[in-house]
Every structure is written in structure tokens, then in C-alpha cells.
Design a protein around this ligand. Structure first.
Ligand code: PMP
Length: 413
């Protein structure tokens, strides 16, 4: 069925050989890994880069004059430059290394919040946000006595843009929405969302956790004010990510955490903070994580986003068509523009039972709320089953999922 792809510009079998984890058996069956929206697997090139770092140049960055420290610093800063190019930021001052999307959003909610949010102000998010793009804003609202406003979704899982426009009063100080929904796969019209906010002078943060694995991101083209990504979603290590922020905002925002690295000089009477981007990078960073992320960026760029998204779209459409042929199947999230995520429920069968039986068959899917409880509540469901596809997945694996679902139905339905 690999030949079923009309567009394949790379050899999936060869690609899969770079992911040794995929060759194992789970519960006696060949692993089918469809939990990529939770975290993707890592290619050998990334793993080798991290191994090479620890076995040849491990030392702290920006500190020593000794050779290893200089080498580690060069590799670390090379990863920052790769991240800058990856997002098409203007300068490396706009690239803050973080632990990931959650960390990046917390940083902005705290620091932007300290500077710009006052009692009575409003923050706009959407109904399809991941908890990490809800809770930090709620915490900020509590601290500052501000208000959270929510853009509703329609039944297809698309943001209702007219309602969004109605929310944008003078009190709104920031809009924070996801680029791609992790639960439904919806690709939001982020350019339009940003233009509408900017026409009222409101900055926008985009949660790019689920966009980076699938879509080319260009922060200048989007004119977005803050953009956050997590390396582990796009073939890199866990615990590393990037916060992109426009320099004019980052300059004006106070530090998020205090400690080493983020200071220029310290005395008991006065401490001077470091320049961007270091002002927001207190403590020893995740050096290996950043370097591994740089290697993941190379991996993606070698494949090319056009190839990635065209192939993943084929997987998505193949899976959607096959799922729709199953009696009692309901796909949750039928937006016009989707990334390779498909959420579903089978009539009368709890998602947890579906997930458990599929696991017995070696098929890894995610079940539950997917950290988007308000969204799943909107659909009045106990959760969904989510299959999310990466560039190493195959049509045969989707056939295995479909067979598995038939088994689930036979056993419980
Ligand atoms: N936002 C979205 C849309 C996500 O899918 C995720 C990860 N599931 C996050 C935020 C949080 O990312 P991380 O756990 O890497 O901080």
C-alpha cells in the first residue's frame, strides 16, 4: 500500500530504519505508533547528536574559557540560530530556549502579564485550547483580577470568527490561541486571527505545539507576536523548546525567573539583568535538549515540509475514509483544514476500552480528553480515541487500526 501514495518523494521504509523504536513488538504484535501528537519518536540522527554531545563536549555553556565549554557554547548557539531560521525570526535575540510549550506560555503569561495586564483587562483564548494555554492565563487573571474570554467552536471544530471579533473590546490585552488543535487536528486561520487582533492593536500568542511537526512556520509572514514550540513534538528530545517573541515585547517584559545566566552583574544593592535572549534563560539550560532540537530541525528540513504535509495528508484522508466506512463511527473534528490527527468514537463503546484493546493489538493511540477538557465537554463526550500520524507512519498501519477497530466492535459492540 506504500505504493498507494501518489506523491511520495522519500522512501518510508528507509525513513523508518532511522527509528529503531518502531521495529519492536508490543504485546506480541508489531508496534503501530499513532500517538505522535503526544510525542513523536526520535530518529537516530537526533539520538546520535545527543550521545555525541554527552560523550565528547559535555560542559556548561557561556561560562568557561576552557575548550569543552567553548565547544558546547558553539553547539548550543548553533541550535539557537537553527531555531531562528526554522521560525524565520529576525534575530537570535527573539529566540528564547524553554522546556517546551507549557514553559513558554507560562513565561509569557507571567512576564507579559506583569507588565501589561491590570485589573479589569481581558485575555482572549479559545474553546479548543490545550490546558497549557488555559491554566497559565487563568492564574494570571486571578493574580491581576483580569477576565478570560473564550472564542467558541462550531460542531465541526472550527473557531467561530464572528464571535471572536465580537470579543475584541478595548479591554482585551492579548489573544492566545492554538495554531493546530491537538484533539481535532483543526488548522486555525491564524493569519486572519492575527490581522483582526492587530487592527485593534492587540498582540497575539500562537501555540505551535501541533503545527511545528506538520507546517512551515514563518513568524514574520504571520506577523505573530509570540510563538511557542516543543521539540519533542517534531522528532526532537523532550524538555526543550522555543519561545519566539518580538523583540519590542521581550525587551519591555521583566524576567520570568531569577538566577545565573539571566544577569549581567549582581550585588546586594542592585542586580543588572542580562540582554536578550539570556534575560529569560535563568539557570543551566537543557544544553543537550537544545542541540538535539537543532538536529530535529535538520531532520525536518532534509525531508522538506511540502513532502511531509503532502504525505501526512494522504495518510489522514486514507484513514478518514476507512474510518467513515465503519458502522457506528463518529469522527470528532471535521474542519475543512486539518493536520494529520483524527479523533473518533464508536457508538456505545467507551474510548478507554477501545484504546485498551488496540494496545493489546500493538496499536498505540491516545484516549481521553487530550488535555482539552473544555473542548471535549463541548461535544458532551467522555473522551475520544485519537490517532495522530507522523511521517514514518504507513497505509498498512492504518489498515491494522481499521482491523483493530473491527475487533473492538466484535468484542464489545
Ligand atoms: N499545546 C498543544 C496544542 C499541545 O498539543 C501540547 C502537548 N500535548 C501542549 C500545548 C503542551 O506541550 P508540552 O507538554 O510540550 O509543554
Amino acid at each position: 500500500m506504500q505504493s498507494g501514495s501518489k506523491i511520495l518523494k522519500f522512501d518510508v521504509d528507509k525513513l523508518r530504519s532511522q527509528f529503531p523504536i518502531l521495529t519492536q513488538k508490543i504485546n506480541g504484535k508489531p508496534l503501530v505508533y499513532f500517538d505522535n501528537a503526544a510525542t513523536s519518536q526520535k530518529p537516530l540522527s537526533v539520538l546520535e547528536k545527543v550521545y555525541e554531545y554527552y560523550t565528547t563536549i559535555n560542559s556548561n555553556v557561556h561560562r568557561g574559557i576552557h575548550t569543552l565549554s567553548e565547544k558546547a557554547t558553539i553547539e548550543f548557539e548553533t541550535a539557537r540560530e537553527k531555531s531562528r531560521k526554522f521560525l524565520n525570526a529576525i534575530s537570535i535575540e527573539e529566540i528564547i530556549f524553554t522546556k517546551g510549550v507549557t514553559d513558554g506560555i507560562n513565561l509569557v503569561a507571567f512576564s507579559f502579564g506583569e507588565k501589561y495586564i491590570n485589573a479589569g483587562d481581558e485575555i482572549v483564548i479559545s474553546e479548543m485550547e490545550h490546558h497549557s494555554n488555559i491554566v497559565p492565563w487563568q492564574m494570571l487573571c486571578e493574580r491581576k483580577n483580569a477576565k478570560l474570554k473564550v472564542i467558541p467552536v462550531n460542531e465541526k471544530g472550527e473557531l467561530i470568527i464572528d464571535e471572536y471579533k465580537n470579543l475584541l473590546s478595548e479591554k482585551v490585552k492579548i489573544v492566545a490561541v492554538t495554531h493546530v488543535s491537538n484533539s481535532l487536528g483543526t488548522i486555525n486561520p491564524v493569519k486572519e486571527i492575527i490581522e483582526i487582533a492587530h487592527s485593534r492593536n492587540i498582540p497575539v500568542l500562537l501555540d505551535g505545539a501541533q503545527a511545528a511537526p506538520h507546517l512551515k512556520i514563518d513568524v514574520q509572514e504571520l506577523d505573530v507576536d509570540f510563538y511557542v514550540i516543543s521539540s519533542h513534538k517534531f522528532y526532537g528530545p523532550t524538555g526543550s523548546g522555543v519561545l519566539y517573541g518580538k523583540e519590542k515585547f521581550l525587551e519591555s517584559m521583566p524576567p520570568y525567573q531569577g538566577g545565573g545566566e539571566m544577569i549581567k552583574s549582581v550585588s546586594f544593592s542592585k542586580t543588572l539583568y542580562n540582554e536578550l535572549p539570556y534575560k529569560f534563560e535563568a539557570g543551566t539550560p537543557n544544553i543537550a535538549g537544545a542541540i538535539g532540537m537543532g538536529s530535529a530541525i535538520d531532520f525536518i528540513e532534509n525531508l522538506g515540509y511540502e513532502n511531509i504535509s503532502t504525505y501526512e495528508n494522504e495518510l489522514l484522508h486514507y484513514a478518514t475514509d476507512k474510518l467513515n466506512e465503519i458502522d457506528g463511527m463518529r469522527i470528532i473534528g471535521t474542519a475543512k483544514h486539518k493536520a494529520s490527527v483524527v479523533s473518533f468514537i464508536i457508538n456505545g463503546i467507551h474510548p478507554y476500552d477501545t484504546g485498551s484493546i488496540l494496545d493489546q493489538l500493538g496499536i498505540a493511540v491516545r484516549t481521553g480528553y487530550h488535555c482539552t477538557q473544555p473542548l471535549i465537554d463541548f461535544y458532551k463526550l467522555p473522551g475520544t480515541v485519537r490517532a495522530s500520524f507522523a511521517v514514518y507512519n504507513t497505509f498498512e498501519e492504518i489498515d491494522r487500526l481499521i482491523e483493530g477497530i473491527h475487533k473492538v466492535k466484535k468484542m464489545i459492540g
